[in-house]
Design a protein around this ligand. Structure first.
Ligand SMILES: CSCCC(=O)C(=O)COP(=O)(O)O
Ligand SMILES: [Mg+2]
Length: 240
């Protein structure tokens, strides 16, 4: 995307960066389906696949971050606190891969999301994902939705390798990596601290506050309950 010499908030965004949990996929799917699936699968994964290079590297990273602690116990403690730690996210992604492959997992998106993403993409709006879930896990979730494989809608996938979602520098890294101009990009998330960080980096922001997830609307960002509302507020194409 070439830089716009006169970026203006009165023009529609040229790109949209999207959080997953609570924004495109229900919190209940992540917390009641994905997380318990990974928690149940991790002991066998660590026991039986410790020689797999990705598993091996992730376990080594857990040991580096928590020296002297049993890696499985540490992972379970992080899961108890829903910590967004890269090796945990890598291992969860590996655990979910088997579930998607065998058809035991299929992702449910909020019903308003896909029509909007399709309309935005068809109009040339660039779309990218930024989630604490690993890039591999992001491609799995969007590759195995109840609506089929929707990964082709996205130009980019970004995870904690860019930095934490509550740090402004992470959004600057993503802009540099994508070649996007922050002022032209709309970031959608349910979490105010993430929106604060994105706004600090110069992105436009809109909080997604879903009644079904009980998301509490903040006071400092625009708020929408659905992607149709985002379209109307931001001048993005509205789904037919
Ligand atoms: C890739 S889906 C699972 C998302 C996940 O593991 C998580 O912790 C939620 O992160 P998000 O940044 O999407 O809120
Ligand atoms: Mg979220």
């Amino acid at each position: 995307m070439p830089p716009d010499p006169t970026p203006s908030r009165s023009t529609p965004p040229r790109a949209v960066l999207l959080d997953i949990e609570g924004t495109t996929i229900p919190v209940s799917f992540v917390h009641d389906v994905l997380f318990p699936y990974a928690r149940a699968a991790l002991p066998a994964l660590l026991r039986e696949h410790a020689d797999d290079p990705q598993v091996h590297a992730a376990i080594a990273e857990v040991a580096r971050l928590a020296p002297g602690v049993d890696p499985l116990a540490q992972l379970e403690a992080w899961m108890d606190r829903d910590e967004k730690i890269a090796p945990l996210k890598t291992l969860q992604g590996i655990a979910w891969a088997q579930g998607y492959r065998t058809g035991r997992l299929s992702a449910r998106m909020y019903p308003d999301v896909l029509p909007a993403l399709r309309a935005w993409s068809a109009a040339g709006i660039r779309l990218a994902v930024y989630s604490s879930g690993s890039v591999a896990a992001q491609k799995l979730i969007y590759g195995h939705t109840d609506e089929g494989d929707v990964t082709a809608l996205f130009d980019g996938f970004y995870d904690l390798a860019m930095g934490g979602k509550r740090e402004a520098a992470s959004y600057a890294h993503i802009m540099a990596r994508a070649g996007w101009v922050a002022a032209d990009v709309l970031f959608l998330s349910d979490v105010v601290a993430e929106l604060d960080a994105a706004a600090q980096a110069g992105l436009r922001t809109c909080q997604i506050a879903r009644p079904e997830d009980g998301t509490v609307a903040g006071t400092t960002h625009r708020v929408a309950a659905t992607f149709a509302e985002v379209s109307r507020m931001s001048g993005l194409p509205v789904a037919a």
